[in-house]
Ligand binder design. Structure first.
Ligand code: GTR
Length: 331
């Protein structure tokens, strides 16, 4: 290469470099705010942090994710509201919290709707999962884009009064439920007293006796320190509710189609990656519970529990009849 040509070429590179450094270009860096009620290290949070790193690497830092864990931006209801306004871009929430906004997903909030977690995984990985994400995105009122699902195991009843083995043991126990009428009705149908409270209030409410217990998966039971105030944990598995990741629709519309496609692709990958982290967290949680002296009750007859929630199905299930048939058909 002649020296003159080399100078021309390097001048060209220099110019391009300068343009990238200009304030106008610098502004095109987009930081996506993501929130979760769980602390750092929890599988849902960790999966999102990893996705942020991938996004940053793939776009040379043009797109990144800033994670707000531990309810820093409020509970799930508040997160949905902020996403609807575009103040928050990514919300990792339970389907329990999305139900009041997009009724279609409430089918997953019916007690014992899945036979087990494996079947639930097949449903969210398959066409039903895609269809429900699309329903969220198409719902103008919701203002959200459905990105992907995550595992959240099964929910189990715990309390600080007595081991629950039968429906009779639940009688009179005040049990915290997520604020979606289906869940309060489910607990009442099981014979307990369902009390809707925010996730942030569960620990102190158990401590002060406002409630006797709650229900959740084992990683939440441990991560939120509930195991320190509730000794009895019964594997009722009455609800298998997946988690969901939604994107603010107003923010989504500001992204280029290429960036939207990239985020969708990485979200799908995150769904699989979180699953691995999930099972590790479940094993670690059970080990921690055992070490802490939690009494884990696994030998229960679930049939009476399943029969008892029939009124909930009668009240809420009818309109999902076709979808329930499809879910049941997933092996
Ligand atoms: C957890 C779930 C949270 C939240 C919480 C609750 O299992 O990961 O998103 O819904 O339960 O009980 O409020």
């Amino acid at each position: 290469m002649k020296r003159r040509d080399f100078i021309k070429l390097s001048a060209g590179f220099g110019a391009a470099f300068v343009i990238q450094q200009s304030p106008a270009q610098a502004q095109t860096k987009t930081v996506l705010k993501a929130a979760d009620v769980h602390p750092s290290g929890y599988p849902t949070v960790e999966a999102m942090v990893r996705m942020g790193k991938k996004l940053e690497a793939a776009t040379n830092g043009r797109l990144s994710i800033q994670m707000f864990p531990s309810m820093q931006l409020g509970g799930e209801k508040e997160m949905i509201e902020q996403a609807q306004l575009g103040a928050l871009q990514i919300a990792r929430i339970s389907v329990g919290a999305v139900g009041p906004v997009v009724d279609d997903v409430n089918v997953f909030n019916l007690p014992f709707v899945f036979r087990n977690s494996r079947q639930m995984e097949k449903v969210i990985d398959g066409e039903i999962g895609d269809e429900l994400l699309a329903k969220i995105s198409a719902n103008d009122k919701a203002g959200l884009i459905g990105l992907c699902w995550m595992n959240a195991g099964s929910r189990n009843i715990y309390n600080n009064k007595r081991p629950v083995r039968t429906l009779a043991d639940l009688k009179g126990l005040k049990i915290r439920m997520i604020g979606n009428p289906r869940f309060v009705d489910t607990m009442n149908a099981l014979g307990g007293n369902g009390v809707a409270l925010g996730f942030d209030q569960v620990f102190s409410s158990m401590q002060t006796g406002v409630v006797d217990g709650a229900e959740n998966n084992s990683p939440s039971f441990v991560a939120q320190n509930h195991y320190q105030v509730a000794k009895y944990f019964t594997m009722t598995e009455h609800l298998i509710i997946p988690e969901i990741v939604v994107f603010s629709r107003v923010s989504w519309q500001k992204l280029s189609p290429d960036d939207q496609a990239l985020i969708k692709k990485f979200s799908k990958e995150m769904q699989a990656e979180q699953r691995v982290l999930w099972y590790e967290a479940e094993n670690a949680a059970i080990a921690k519970m055992k070490a802490a002296g939690t009494e884990i009750i696994t030998d229960i007859d679930k049939k009476p529990f399943q029969d008892a929630v029939k009124p909930v199905w009668d009240k809420y299930g009818a309109k999902y009849a076709a979808m329930i048939k499809r879910i049941e058909a997933v092996q």
